[in-house]
Design a protein around this ligand. Sequence first.
Ligand code: ADP
Ligand code: MG
Length: 781
Amino acid sequence: MIEEVINSFDYIVQLKEKGMITWEEIFPSFYSIAKNNFKVIQENGLLEDVKKILAYTKPLKTLSEERKERRLEGLKDSLKILKERYLVDEVLEKPEKKLAPLTDIKYIKKVGTKRALILNKLGIFSLKDFFYYPPRDYEDRRKVVKIFNAKEDEKVVIIGNVVKSEEVKINKGLTIYNFSVEDDSGVIIVTFFNQDYVKSYLKRGVKSAFYGKIEYSYGMKQMKSPDFQVIESDEDFKSEILPVYPLTFGIFQTTMRRIAKEAIQQTYFLEEFLPEEFVQEFNLLDLKKRIKGIHFPLSIYHKERSWYSLKYEEAILFELAMIYLKLKMKEMKKGETKEIKGELTKKFLNTLNFELTQAQKRSYEEIRKDLISPYPMNRLLQGDVGSGKTVVSELAIIDVCEAGYQAAVMNPTSVLAKQQFKKLSKDLEPLGLKIVLLTGDTKESDKILIKEKLKLGEIDVVVGTHAIIQQDVEFKKLGLVVIDEQHRFGVNQRLELIKKGNHPDILVMTATPIPRTLAMTFYGDLDVSLIDEMPKGRRPIKTILIAESNRKSLYEFVKEELDQGNQVFFVYPLIEESEALELKNAISMYEELSKVFEEYKVGLLHGRLSPSEKNDVMDKFVQKEYDILVSTSVVEVGIDIPDATVMVIEHPDRFGLSQLHQLRGRVGRSDKQSYCFLVIDDDANNEIKSKMNSFSKTLDGFEVAEIDLKWRGPGKFFGVEQHGIPEFKFLDLVEDINIIENSRKKVERFLATIQSFDRYPNLKHELQTRYGDSIHLVNVL
Ligand code: ADP
Ligand code: MG
């Protein structure tokens, strides 16, 4: 086939590039390829082009090295052109009827109401959804071989006549149908299991094409349950690449393909919406070609170009949405600018017994500029656990309150809200600021009072959970919203906030060091400040893998730490015993550890305690009424206990690496040496061991996140809910980092101002249909 011929030319050029052959050797190699494939070349109309290329590669004595180099470049270009010309195509036959891309899928021929319901389950509701429904694989049915030449394990097409058939009843449930199929080179056995309908097709003397894998059985070549197509003559067989779609119950691959054939006809009417400069810069296939090419590619080259182009399409559109949103948010004026005096913050800084790190100073400076600016702040403050984000947010809160505004601080749980409240009231009340706590646990009568005071402006700072935005809380003058430890607080929630008030400044803080690509997608509309430096004097936490059988020495170590007045966490994946999983659990280990360390006080924390019970346990640990805290992962984020020096995590493989990193960050928050023990089963497999090992070697949250992303994939990275990250169909957030980055850079240049968008109505329309709902773009476009 023609793709193989062009690839052979390509291969020779690669050999030359690798220095494995000389320029002079190209011509004879090309010549023999051309000669051996003369028929294919001629039939596909390539003869003239190949002649030109041959002439171009003729070895000439007069050619200098430099000109050979240039010719090699020219040769590469010619081959590229050849590929684009002969290996890529599009649907050209005009369908009778034009259907709008958003036409309900049930109106496509061969679909109908009943099948449409099944397609809906696959996420296909419209014609356009089908365009963008990627196959999970392809079957290359271009390789027709003679039976004699068919090699074991190869997937090929055989064309032959049925010469014999037999039916073997093995038992009640299993009947085997064997057919001997012959061509002019040999015989192959084609076998089916229980599919008795094949009998009626594969009668003796019938000619058929079979597609399947070649196997050997008792010295005979065999194909098991191949796809087949009865034909009149060899010419009836269409050698093509077919899509293999992900399916669901109630629909066959063949049906999907038939529907696809119908649907894809309609790409005839598609018009490119990507601006020419994107197509040029990234060398993308035109819309018609790239859609056709993921379903019915003319060649493997076509398929790959299509996937590549659709990845870019997806990345470009997504980044456009993000940057558009960012610009749009910047455009919304705050109404008035805040007058930041900085007197109170000076006072506050003097009360601290440490100096801010350079990174903290820089981040605060960036935030202050946003506060003063007439446009609302949308900033992410990113910094590893313990890097000191709180103090930076406090500075912003103080500034805003001094300027006569109110601030709201939101936390993911009420335990954290309470701890945060304690810290903030200790720091801010001496400065004369009024601060309250508002969570689900707050008494109803207190709630009413608090809401009243917020409305009157008698309270400066309210600390709480996300309920603050959901409830009907009104502010007199909300100037700043701080969202702590909230990597799940997506674009939509932020837009919700903005819709609510008169554009408060928003500061999102996260210790979840998300990998670059995810940050770019999830926080694509935010400005970022990074605290990439730990406070001075911190000793790096030592992470130690310990075998279950070594538990005793672990306990001895823990005891020594306790004797020095330090505190210890024990963390378990389960609350209580489970029949299905043989894992240690918090409740029974709480009992065991209370005995092992009987002279010390042990607390127990898990998600089944009521919020006030949780608060109580946490409080006691903070106040050092407990020396040991046995817990599930509820202790995960944000909690600050300076005397805690040991974190023991049992069954660490039950946690994600990023979660382990968060847990580890609960210790090492002072100048004492801290330790994190990962207790590993003696018979744990190598994968677990190597994963834990690489985790123990780094303290860098970003590195952990990258490792985690590689192991778990982006879907699970954020936990079950994805909150605003659209599902990408083509992009792979791990593999396609470069595509995302390139697109982002290009889009930033392209969309310098919002107005520049108006020149591209098609693009705008596409963006709206694509992301209108999921990113609430409807509100702003
Ligand atoms: P995180 O970024 O994880 O939220 P915190 O803000 O809770 O971290 O800070 C962790 C601890 O480090 C706190 O006890 C805090 O007082 C302390 N800290 C913050 N900044 C500094 C600094 N520049 N020098 C010394 N200690 C600091
Ligand atoms: Mg924090």
